[in-house]
Design a protein around this ligand. Structure first.
Ligand code: B12
Ligand code: SF4
Length: 429
């Protein structure tokens, strides 16, 4: 059976002004690995772009689309309807956007079935039903039966991620797609991205993470992959991919102990309230050179509105502690959350200013309500959108439009954003 797995190429145009490739989605790499490990299955991976030419899938028995974020939905839609398929091809989809909007995707993209959540088992079971098109016993799927949408039984989450293949199918892609330099903190180290955990038990209102339960790969699983990447690609470092690495400190300690002798440098994301001094020291000794903290705002008011569950004091303490251990700090900031004004923006400027000697880098994002987040649903319900855009046509990628309030609020958000942006640019470039 020939299977095409299609994913949208991701570029960081917003920050770099020109096309700078991001790393390929891990969902696709893991799916490709599990499918190609089956007898008689031949997998080809296609990365597609917004100006994609018509693709010829007529030689494939199955075309599987991955939609890793809502922002790339239109790219996939375009490819789905402009490509050529074999007459009996099975057409399926999965990914974060599909998990949030299964029925809409199923109908809008005219899929035979779509997968909700993790897909390593579901895709194999769907492929088995290529001829019968009977998907109702496949867990975690949305499909049509006699023209009616059905949702099959939920697929239970596994306790950890050790069922995944140790090495995702990076070999299906050219090396420069996943081995990079200039991407690990401010270094030129040869690095790659490694998916270590999934899920996050917290509930920030702006976040679209759909999985509350934490799943980690075990320390030996991760070490094997890193050893392989070191031996075969000569990596000197890696960046951890996952919503929130530092939730389970016992796991973090075990992972650190297991990888430290590899002498790799690495970075990870974290909340400010899940770190402690001991964990930071252990991470530092295991090669961690940078933590990217979800600081979001310097205003208690905005942090509260965001449901972030952290305080300005915690931000101060954690950044100081991290710096004192010798790990660099990157701060992620979101500007323009409902309630933002000149005063709250000044509070963010003040905290960044006070901590500037201890912050290596800052990433500033303009707030947009992400499909799948609580604030998106509220905004939609309360019709808070004021841009005049068609809601269904919202582009969530660094959108400079305003999403709530009236014209006066919009003017304030614009002006305060410019001030914050200027401040960050002058301090950090
Ligand atoms: C890594 C990551 C990135 C990387 C992506 C690299 C890439 N090429 O995709 C980078 C940093 C570039 C990035 C950028 C962005 N991201 Co991002 N990202 C993530 C993160 C943290 C992890 C994704 C991951 O690797 N998961 C692990 C893999 C194994 O799981 P998976 O991808 O879900 O795949 C599984 C299933 O979905 C399923 N599946 C997937 N495809 C298919 C296909 C079929 C046929 C089947 C059966 C199953 C299936 O099976 C897979 C294996 O189990 C998620 C957080 C999250 N909770 O998902 C956010 C997340 C996806 N990102 C998000 C956002 C908003 C963005 C940005 C818009 C941010 C911004 N403002 O710039 C950009 C958009 C980029 C773009 N153009 O798409 C949101 C998406 C919300 C939404 N509604 O779209 C998330 C959910 C973050 C959040 N918590 O809110 N991101
Ligand atoms: S923003 Fe981070 S901490 Fe908050 S829910 Fe999302 S992944 Fe979890």
């Amino acid at each position: 059976m020939k299977i095409a797995i299609v994913y949208p190429e991701v570029y960081d145009i917003a920050r770099f002004g020109k096309k700078r490739k991001e790393f390929p989605p891990f969902g696709v790499l893991y799916l490709a690995t599990v499918v190609s490990a089956q007898n008689g299955m031949e997998v080809k991976v296609f990365s597609v772009e917004s100006d994609q030419e018509i693709l010829d899938f007529t030689k494939f028995d199955v075309v599987a689309f991955s939609i890793p974020s809502s922002v790339t939905y239109d790219i996939i839609k375009c490819v789905r309807f402009n490509s050529a398929y074999a007459k009996d091809a099975l057409i399926i989809a999965g990914g974060v956007h599909v998990t949030i909007f299964p029925e809409q995707t199923l109908r809008d993209l005219k899929m035979h079935a779509v997968c909700i959540g993790n897909g390593e088992d579901a895709i194999l079971e769907l492929l088995c039903e290529k001829e019968t098109r009977q998907f109702s016993h496949v867990k975690g799927v949305c499909c049509l039966v006699d023209g009616n949408t059905i949702f099959t039984e939920k697929r239970p989450l596994k306790k950890n991620l050790d069922h995944l293949p140790v090495i995702p199918a990076r070999h299906l892609l050219p090396d420069p797609d996943f081995i990079m330099t200039n991407r690990l903190s401010n270094t030129n180290l040869k690095m790659t991205h490694v998916m270590i955990c999934q899920g996050c038990p917290f509930s920030c209102n702006f976040c679209a993470s759909q999985q509350k339960q934490m799943q980690y790969r075990s320390e030996w699983h991760i070490r094997q992959e890193l050893q392989h990447l070191k031996d075969s690609h000569g990596i000197e470092g890696f960046a951890v991919v996952g919503d929130n690495f530092l939730v389970n400190k016992r796991k973090v300690r075990k992972i650190c102990e297991s990888i430290s002798s590899l002498n790799l440098k690495w970075s990870t994301l974290s909340r400010v309230d899940t770190v402690d001094y001991d964990s930071l020291e252990i991470m530092h000794d295991a090669g961690c050179i940078e933590i990217k903290f979800g600081v979001e705002s310097g205003s208690e008011l905005i942090l509260k509105a965001m449901g972030k569950g952290i305080s300005v004091n915690q931000i101060y303490n954690t950044i100081k502690m991290t710096h004192s251990v010798g790990i660099k700090v990157k701060a992620f900031i979101i500007h323009g959350y409902p309630g933002e004004n000149m005063e709250t923006t000044q509070e963010t400027i003040a905290i960044l200013d006070n901590l500037s000697d201890m912050i290596e880098r800052v990433s500033l994002f303009r707030f947009v309500p992400l499909p799948g987040s609580r604030v998106y649903d509220q905004a939609k319900e309360n019709r808070l959108l004021v841009t005049g855009n068609n809601w269904n046509n919202c582009h969530i990628y660094h959108n400079p439009n305003h999403w709530w309030g009236d014209k006066d609020d919009f003017a304030v958000i614009e002006e305060s954003y410019q001030q914050l942006d200027k401040f960050i640019f002058e301090k950090w470039g």
